[in-house]
Design a protein around this ligand. Structure first.
Ligand SMILES: [Zn+2]
Length: 276
């Protein structure tokens, strides 16, 4: 970490400011979890072929829920092969020390922060989480873990009637759906915590964007929300170009073309040390 970044982190930590970390697809990729969004492979199911962009819609779920579930369960298998990395571990350690002075928002649905025992109250998953399902009719806001009997499936394996029966809402017996914000849906508070995320952004003075893809709207909004506070600063860490780097520099923050796992753990450690 360079001296300028060290000074910035220390000054916010000492002055009692809150730290907000956004982890993005770049962080997941370092853990072997590839983005869905850019996956060009069509998905074949029971003789039909679907594009990824349509599989991530409530429109297709209404027409072909079984195919949509089969694809999400296969993606869950791909995600399960990834392991939490240095960023997830460092964030969980810092959360234990910093309590409500640290909040983490992830644009990933891979559940890697939860798998690293990140305290639930300090974590927002506004795009959803592949490990969970919920009532498709919305009878309750409760999230249910995807049943273990449905883990370990291969890509195009048809779901049996017994397996489909496991995908029923425990509260009303109706169908469940993956707990994922689909492309034709909007953020809301009950399922995705949109208001809580924006409120957290307003209460934070240092925002670290780590491996942000630039493609999820809420993470973009978080960065803009922060700029309303003239004291707030953004640190962007990303080997790839992304829109937040220029914004960070414009408001007196810093941007690094580096891997998140190379820099974010030391930022968190420096913040914890200076926060005392
Ligand atoms: Zn229900």
């Amino acid at each position: 970490m360079d001296a300028e970044l060290h000074r910035l982190v220390e000054s916010f930590a000492r002055s009692g400011g809150n730290l907000l970390v956004v982890t993005g697809e770049g962080v997941a990729e370092e853990c072997g979890v590839a983005s869905f969004r850019t996956d060009p492979r069509p998905f074949g199911y029971r003789g039909k072929s679907y594009e990824v962009r349509e599989l991530m819609t409530s429109e297709l779920f209404e027409q072909a829920p079984e195919a949509v579930w089969a694809w999400h369960l296969w993606r869950l298998e791909e995600v399960r092969r990834g392991q939490p990395g240095l960023v997830h571990q460092a964030a969980a350690r810092a959360a234990e020390r910093l309590g409500d002075r640290l909040r983490v928002v992830t644009e990933c649905v891979d559940g890697l922060h939860r798998r690293c025992q990140h305290p639930a109250e300090g974590l927002f998953e506004p795009q959803g989480n592949l490990f969970f399902m919920r009532c498709a009719e919305g009878c309750t806001p409760a999230l249910y873990p995807v049943p273990e009997a449905l883990l370990g499936r291969t890509a195009h394996q048809p779901l049996t009637a017994t397996e489909m029966a496991l995908l029923r809402c425990p509260a009303c017996g109706g169908p469940t759906r993956p707990h994922i914000l689909w492309r034709d849906e909007s953020y809301d508070e009950p399922f995705y915590g949109v208001n809580s995320v924006l409120e957290t952004a307003r209460r934070s003075e240092l925002l670290v964007m780590a491996g942000f893809s630039g493609h999820t709207n809420l993470a973009n909004k978080v960065a803009w929300e922060i700029t309303h506070n003239h004291r707030a600063r953004i640190v962007d860490i990303n080997p790839e170009p992304n829109p937040v780097a220029a914004l960070a520099r414009r408001i007196g923050g810093l941007a690094y073309r580096e891997s998140p796992s190379g820099l974010l753990p030391s930022i968190l450690e420096a913040f914890v040390a200076a926060a005392g």
